[in-house]
Design a protein around this ligand. Structure first.
Ligand code: SF4
Length: 480
């Protein structure tokens, strides 16, 4: 749909402003960052309110019913405010759902569609051809707009998924796995580190399967060939001298090699392994990848790398789950001693195969099981964190904590250990008496842990621990 533009708009006298709403998971956030980077690089300005925006892009999520509703109502609000809306992201893969509610949206694209989104933007808001305003100073093509704080960033290595888990519609929405070449991932990581990022979180739908679709082909990074394989990628990322954290890793055999890199201090000793259940029958019903012998695998990983923090998520009340099978899950939790655990009660997802399964678990039983599950998980987390008391650990600083009245500015800090991913795990509350004013956000320190509770740690900074990045730093004269 083409809009009528005034002659003044055509002349490019004004800088065009685009509003942006980003919904959904970390993977969607990465897409949003790409689009924002491109908008800025082309001279568009990002508006911070609807009133200011000439058009609005909504990056949607379509994973579960509440997310679809949230996306549809965000589109509605943006339409009411500006009349010109471009929809992208997961829900964009189902244009009929969007058009049924909002026939007036200007364009709809799926996820990973930066070029299509930009084409829609160009149509609605023709590019500024005036050479004096078209280039925003300081933003060359190496600049990256990030929605996460500058000191950490998500690194998406593949899109889509080759599995068919019964409760999940991601493969239907996003298609089969498409991996990026290792060279392209590493170049992006390099650029991020050069721009100040100190922690990289590797994400995809199935990180262990990275590169399978492109037969682990080699690609060039800094005049050498790197295979699109998780082990090779992890090893190379480990060379950048920043924290590298692995998410959505399924327990395939080659993950042992990645855990060895953790033992050797190359990447963080942290694995986010979504296991979802422990009963073999339920896992089979769920059609989960890499589900056999979970306990043996976890024990082997801990033998290789005793410091390993394992995070996982589970679903309770999957159709047909009996009390005995739920108990099996609790027993597994006790035996596996997972450090960090999240759990959801099962709920139907539109178009998911699991909806057709018999034996729906009543809501009150699901809630009761969730409560029992969380009780065990919390106890284990508390016990495992208590073991850190008295130890000196590395902490990355996320923010200042100047709320309390008696605070001397810069003496209270909040950060995370290697065992805590931002947003989902715990935090470390630190006192930095001797280092007031010397610690910046994104810095790394050594801290002695003095106390712990269910999820968080408390301690004191004992030393600065400057990053030794092996990447030239952009934008300032670095002492690294
Ligand atoms: S592994 Fe299963 S849950 Fe994860 S994206 Fe693929 S199908 Fe969905």
């Amino acid at each position: 749909m083409t809009q009528q533009l005034t002659p003044q708009e055509h002349a490019g006298a004004d800088i065009k402003k685009v509003g942006f709403i980003s919904l959904g998971c970390p993977k969607a956030l990465v897409d949003s960052e790409r689009i924002l980077t491109q908008l800025r690089a082309e001279g568009y300005q990002v508006a911070d309110s609807y009133e200011d925006a000439d058009t609005v892009i909504v990056n949607t999520c379509g994973f579960i019913t509440p997310a679809v509703e949230e996306s549809l109502s965000a589109i509605g609000e943006a339409l009411d405010a500006t009349g010109r809306v471009i929809v992208t992201g997961c829900l964009g893969e189902r244009p009929e759902t969007i058009r049924a509610r909002h026939p007036k949206v200007a364009a709809i694209t799926g996820s990973e569609a930066v070029d299509d989104v930009m084409a829609a933007v160009h149509e609605l808001l023709p590019r500024d051809e005036n050479p004096f305003t078209a280039l925003i100073p300081g933003l060359g093509d190496t600049a990256q707009v990030k929605l996460t704080p500058r000191h950490y960033a998500y690194l998406k290595i593949a899109e889509g998924c080759n599995h068919r888990c019964a409760f999940c519609i991601i493969p239907k929405l996003r298609g089969l796995q498409v991996s990026r070449d290792a060279g392209s991932v590493l170049y992006e990581a390099f650029r991020l580190v050069a721009g100040g990022t100190r922690e990289l979180m590797v994400i995809s739908q199935d990180t262990s399967a990275y590169g399978v679709d492109i037969r682990h082909r080699d690609s060039e990074f800094q005049e050498r060939q790197v295979a699109a394989h998780l082990t090779d990628l992890a090893r190379e990322l480990g060379e950048l001298g920043v924290w590298v954290r692995m998410h959505y890793v399924y327990p395939y055999p080659h993950v042992d090699r990645v855990v060895e890199l953790m033992r050797d201090g190359k990447i963080l000793p942290y694995l986010d392994v979504p296991l979802q259940h422990a009963s073999p029958r339920i896992l089979k019903l769920m059609r989960r990848p890499g589900a056999g012998k979970q306990l043996d695998t976890i024990r082997r990983w801990r033998e290789i790398c005793p410091d390993l923090t394992i995070r996982s998520t589970f679903i309770v009340g999957f159709p047909g789950e009996t009390e005995t099978e739920f108990q099996e899950l609790l027993d597994f939790l006790e035996a596996a001693q997972l450090d960090r655990v999240g759990a959801f009660t099962y709920s139907d997802v539109p178009e998911a195969d699991a909806n057709a399964l018999d034996g729906a678990v009543p809501e009150d039983v699901k809630q009761e099981r969730l409560a029992r599950f969380m009780e065990v998980a919390q106890r284990i987390s508390t016990e495992r964190l208590a073991r850190k008391v008295g130890r000196t650990v590395q902490v990355i600083i996320d923010e200042y904590n100047d709320d309390e009245d008696d605070t001397v500015p810069g003496t209270r800090l909040i950060g995370r250990t290697a065992g805590d991913a931002p947003g989902i795990d715990g935090q470390v509350y630190l006192y930095a008496a001797d280092f007031a004013g010397k610690v910046k956000i994104g810095d790394r320190v050594q801290a002695i842990i003095e106390d712990s509770d269910e999820y968080d740690l408390f301690g004191e900074v004992v030393a600065l621990d400057p990053w030794q990045t092996r990447v030239p730093q952009l934008g300032h004269f670095s002492h690294h």
